[in-house]
Design a protein around this ligand. Structure first.
Ligand code: C5P
Length: 328
C-alpha cells in the first residue's frame, strides 16, 4: 500500500563519536574502502534534524551551527560550500523516499553542534537523525537494526550514530554490536579551525601500508572488555589507539604540538592526566579526563596551543538516535 502523506513534523537527534580503538587494515581492491576494527564511544554532543513534510516532491535543507551554550556560530565554509545533494541529512531522507516510494517531499532543518570535517561523525549523525525522523514521520516502523542496514549505504559511521552507546565495529566499521554496562567518561575535545577530509587521510595511510594493521581482530579480548568497563585509568589510557593518527599528523603537523602538550600533563602524585589521540580521521584532538577539574586543566592547555580554536568538555556514552519532538 502506498504511504499516506504525513501531517506531522518530526525532530530527531543523534550523537557524535570518538573512536577509542581504530585499527585500519588494507583497502578493498574494488571499492578502496578499508577494513577496520574499531570501538565507537558516542558523545553527548548531538545533531538535531527537523523534518517537515511537503506536499510537493521538492526537498530543501538548511543548517544552523551552534556552540556549547546554544549560541549561533558562523557556518564553516566547508558546510556553506557543500552542494545540498551531498548533505547527508538530505541524502538520508531521499534514500527512504526512494526505497519506500514515499509521496511528497520535505523541508529539513539541521541544528549542528558537531565540528564539521572534525573526525567526530557530525555528517553521519545528521544522516542518522534524518533517517529516524523520516521513519517516524511516515510511520515506516523500521527497527534500529533495519535503519542501520540502510545507514551503511550512506556512510561507514552512520550505523554507529544510529546505535549510540559504545559499539564494536568490524567490516568498514559499519557492522556493529553494542557493549553493555560501559561507564560514563569525560572527554575534552580540541577543535581546529581547519577541517580534514576523511578520504585524504585514508589515502595518506595507504602510502605507508607497513603502518596499517595487517591482521585485524574480529572482537575485543575479555581483558580489553574488562578494561573498557573498569576503572583502571592507566589500563584504559593504554588501550587507546588510532592507526589514522600518523597519516593525519603527516597532513597536519600543526597538531603534534597540542598532542604533546596535553600528554605531558601529570598530577602532583606523578600520574598521567590523559592520553590524547586524534579523533577518527581528525583533526579534532580527543583527550579523556578522570574528572571535571582535570578536564579543565586539559582544556586550558589545549586552548593555549596555536590552531586550537575552542574546546568542548563532553561526556558519553550517549543514547542512540532518537525522536525529540513530534508536531502533529
Ligand atoms: O563512508 P564514508 O562516506 O564516511 O567515508 C568517507 C571516505 O573515507 C570514503 O570515501 C573512503 O575514502 C574513506 N573510508 C575508507 N574506509 C572506511 C571508511 C571510510 O577508506 N572503512
Amino acid at each position: 500500500m502506498r504511504q499516506q502523506h504525513p501531517r506531522k513534523s518530526v525532530t530527531a537527534s543523534a550523537p557524535a563519536k570518538v573512536n577509542l580503538i581504530l585499527k585500519c587494515g588494507l583497502p578493498e581492491e574494488e571499492t578502496g574502502y578499508h577494513h577496520l576494527f574499531t570501538v565507537f564511544h558516542s558523545l553527548n554532543l548531538r545533531e538535531t534534524v527537523r523534518f517537515i513534510p511537503r506536499a510537493d516532491r521538492g526537498f530543501t535543507i538548511s543548517d544552523r551551527y551552534l556552540g556549547e551554550s546554544g549560541q549561533e556560530l558562523p557556518i564553516p565554509s566547508t558546510l556553506k560550500e557543500m552542494p545540498p545533494e551531498k548533505h547527508l541529512a538530505l541524502r538520508a531522507a531521499q534514500i527512504l523516499f526512494d526505497k519506500f516510494d514515499l509521496p511528497g517531499g520535505g523541508q529539513i532543518e539541521v541544528s549542528k553542534r558537531v565540528p564539521v570535517a572534525g573526525g567526530m561523525a557530525g555528517g553521519s549523525a545528521d544522516a542518522a537523525a534524518s533517517l529516524v525522523a523520516v521513519n517516524t514521520a511516515y510511520d515506516l516502523g523500521l527497527s534500529p537494526k533495519e535503519l542501520a542496514v540502510i545507514g551503511r549505504e550512506l556512510g561507514a559511521d552512520v550505523p554507529a550514530c544510529l546505535l549510540g552507546e559504545v559499539t564494536v565495529g568490524t567490516g568498514r566499521g559499519d557492522r556493529l554490536h553494542t557493549l553493555s554496562k560501559m561507564p560514563s567518561r569525560i572527554w575534552v575535545m580540541g577543535i581546529n579551525q581547519k577541517g580534514l577530509a576523511t578520504p585524504q587521510v585514508f589515502k595518506q595511510a595507504d602510502k605507508n601500508p607497513e603502518n596499517l594493521s595487517i591482521r585485524l581482530p574480529q572482537d575485543l579480548t575479555e581483558k580489553e572488555k574488562q578494561v573498557l568497563a573498569g576503572e583502571n585509568w592507566e589500563e584504559f589510557l593504554a588501550l587507546l589507539v588510532n592507526d589514522l593518527q600518523a597519516p593525519a599528523l603527516v597532513l597536519r603537523p600543526d597538531l603534534i604540538s597540542p598532542l604533546q602538550a596535553v600528554n605531558a600533563l601529570y598530577t602532583q602524585n606523578g600520574q598521567r592526566l590523559t592520553q590524547a589521540i586524534i579523533s577518527g580521521s581528525g583533526p579534532t584532538i580527543a583527550a579523556p579526563a578522570r574528572n571535571l577539574d582535570q578536564a579543565k586543566v586539559i582544556a586550558q592547555t589545549l586552548l593555549s596551543c596555536e590552531g586550537i580554536e575552542r574546546t568542548l568538555i563532553l561526556d558519553g556514552p550517549s543514547e542512540p538516535a532518537k525522536i525529540e519532538e513530534v508536531e502533529e
